[in-house]
Design a protein around this ligand. Sequence first.
Ligand SMILES: *[C@@H]1O[C@H](CO)[C@@H](O)[C@H](O)[C@H]1NC(C)=O
Ligand SMILES: *[C@@H]1O[C@H](CO)[C@@H](O)[C@H](O)[C@H]1NC(C)=O
Ligand SMILES: *[C@@H]1O[C@H](CO)[C@@H](O)[C@H](O)[C@H]1NC(C)=O
Ligand SMILES: *[C@@H]1O[C@H](CO)[C@@H](O)[C@H](O)[C@H]1NC(C)=O
Ligand SMILES: *[C@@H]1O[C@H](CO)[C@@H](O)[C@H](O)[C@H]1NC(C)=O
Length: 260
Amino acid sequence: MVSQLHYHSSFLVSLACLVILFEIPPCLGSVEDYTACNIQFKCGTITAGFPFWGDDRPEGCGHPKLLLNCSESNTTMEIMNIKYRILSLNSGTQTLRIAREDYLNGPCPSKVLSSTTLDDELFDYGPDYRNLTLHYGCPANSLSATNPGYFPCTIDGTNNRDAYAALDASTDILGLCSTTVVVPILAIVTSSQDFTNFSKVEEALRRGFDVKWKVDNEECKDCMGSNGACGYDSSSNQTTCYCKDQSSGSRTCSPSGTCQ
Ligand SMILES: *[C@@H]1O[C@H](CO)[C@@H](O)[C@H](O)[C@H]1NC(C)=O
Ligand SMILES: *[C@@H]1O[C@H](CO)[C@@H](O)[C@H](O)[C@H]1NC(C)=O
Ligand SMILES: *[C@@H]1O[C@H](CO)[C@@H](O)[C@H](O)[C@H]1NC(C)=O
Ligand SMILES: *[C@@H]1O[C@H](CO)[C@@H](O)[C@H](O)[C@H]1NC(C)=O
Ligand SMILES: *[C@@H]1O[C@H](CO)[C@@H](O)[C@H](O)[C@H]1NC(C)=O
């Protein structure tokens, strides 16, 4: 009798376990992710949460490629191996205003670099941009100093020290210059003038351009709406939600602060 009862109850327990195993989504405990991902990245005038990480905000709280770096109150970020300064961040419109770090002091950097390309999995251009094209390595005196956009710039240690900036035109009108770099700029900076005034070129590079990040925010909104903290699961490459009891694995947290 006793053993039969025992048999029955352990059978029921096993059955209950199976039901639990198959019906409940995998709520996994994790190491302090909820606490960690509630911390915002703060640097100078920039504050960022999901989908960014960096500094006090650990890996796992943002997309692996959206790493921010804080140095002397300046925020920088790399996109396709080019370093950009983050001038402002608007999480409502998912927009960053960024400027190329190498061009912050003008269009003649110590070494000539590559054109801007965006990682199109992650970013789109903002609505109001134009391409500024910088042509380097033109033979000395091939351009008059009064040419619009002309500036002297020695690159690669050659005597080809003429350079010029032009809007949109990615083809060298002279056909003599060795290097072309395309950098996006805000359309408003250039709307009313060409580059006869060279300080406009410097200004355009300093003011940067807008990019919109594409990482879906809906899932994160649901998570935050349930008092969870958003993160990024790099094994599934998906947004994830960390709950107060440090569990994760569902889109939202229950009112008691656990994964559901
Ligand atoms: C952050 O930027 C500084 C200054 O540019 C640089 O020295 C440092 O290596 C960067 N850190 C990371 C993690 O990229
Ligand atoms: C950024 O860093 C430079 C030094 O590299 C410093 O002169 C400048 O004030 C910093 N910008 C801000 C906004 O703190
Ligand atoms: C800017 O140049 C890139 C290629 O370098 C091109 O894909 C893009 O369409 C250009 N945008 C504008 C507004 O001309
Ligand atoms: C060139 O542009 C700068 C900045 O917009 C302005 O301060 C300066 O007066 C202009 N110079 C000339 C000669 O137009
Ligand atoms: C996640 O992304 C990495 C790198 O892009 C890739 O190697 C991996 O296969 C992806 N995993 C899944 C589950 O999609």
